[in-house]
Design a protein around this ligand. Sequence first.
Ligand code: GRF
Length: 225
Amino acid sequence: MSAPRIAVLVSGRGSNLQAILDAIRQGGLQAQIVGVFSDKPHAAALQRVAGTLRWAADARSFPSRSDFDAALADAVAASQPDWVVCAGYMRILGDAFVERFRGRLLNIHPSLLPKYRGLHTHERALQAGDRKHGASVHFVVPELDAGAVVAQCTVPVESGDTAQSLSQRLLPREHGLLVAVLGLATEGRLAEQGGFALLDGQALFTPLPLDSAGHLILPDPLLSP
Ligand code: GRF
């Protein structure tokens, strides 16, 4: 059987993409990257994979948002992915795109959702005086950062933190979180139904936490499926 197929959407440096690539190379994730897609033709992330795997187009050169989304969706669909992952993809996906891939479309967001949807999450956590911060992997739905959360990782907020120091502390945990969730996804254990994330067919009523060693803590009955 061929390895599950993952398409990755990126807009920037691509450290999350690199974490996926490293996990595959090291044997920690049984999967293959079948395409890396970007709204930024010069995104550094694109350089992390072979040219044959890259697709990029400048969204501003399309007549409308939906035209760009349709082109992106066709390109992603052509790669025949089992899962589509937004890993630092900074453009809002239109409803048509989301509906086309719904149920197999994941995003990593740097906050403890439902807190701080959208941008500037580290600044907002600091401004609010939060003692802990984190990241979430969630299913994508048309409303921004509002889909069912699968798993979260946390980091402490330390005195004197800046948005930069906080994001630097969080980033390696984000990488572990994304790879761990993709492990469940590619093993066929993850689904979305009725606004809930399902693990082994059971609804998750709280996000799975990531332990300090980078493993997801699964609910007890699910330890031995
Ligand atoms: C990450 O913090 C991710 O959570 C957010 O954007 C950042 C992307 O970083 N959505 P990278 O491009 O993967 O390095």
